[in-house]
Design a protein around this ligand. Structure first.
Ligand SMILES: [Zn+2]
Length: 144
């Protein structure tokens, strides 16, 4: 369907072109916007069923998503995206670590370096062993 509207200089253009020229130089969507939308939708649902103030909170998130969509400050929006991706990376590596520990629980022992807290692992059933940390190169003994 083609809808024609008047441009700023009185020329007839399609609504789509009008929208495209409006969005020019604006930030648009990114991964954070989609994540926020899903989160807001969830808050909306939970708020509707159990706890009303969450609904208001979800509307604030919707407003923020729209604000990001039309924003011209790319630098600030990229910074928000970077912050979000950093948190996401920490979460995924945390859960991947738990997944690995469960998978290898019979063959490997996981422990932390007492000096730098680096996560390390060694084969189980080797008795007392001397471990040299890969990160800080300190040596300590542990039971496996
Ligand atoms: Zn260490």
């Amino acid at each position: 369907m083609l809808i024609l509207v008047y441009n700023d200089d009185e020329r007839l253009i399609s609504l789509y072109d009008r929208f495209r020229s409006f969005m020019e130089g604006r930030y648009g969507t990114d991964e954070l916007s989609f994540a926020l939308l899903i989160f807001a939708l969830l808050m909306n649902l939970i708020g509707g069923f159990f706890f009303f103030p969450l609904t208001i909170f979800s509307y604030l998130i919707y407003i923020f998503v729209f604000f990001r969509l039309f924003s011209k400050n790319f630098f600030a929006r990229q910074k928000e995206l970077g912050f979000y991706l950093g948190i996401k990376r920490q979460f995924t590596s945390f859960f991947r670590c738990i997944q690995m520990k469960i998978r290898d629980r019979k063959t490997l022992k996981y422990f932390r370096c007492p000096h730098c807290k680096q996560q390390l692992r060694a084969p189980r059933g080797k008795g007392k062993i001397a471990v040299t940390c890969q990160k800080c190169h300190q040596t300590f003994t542990t039971k496996t």
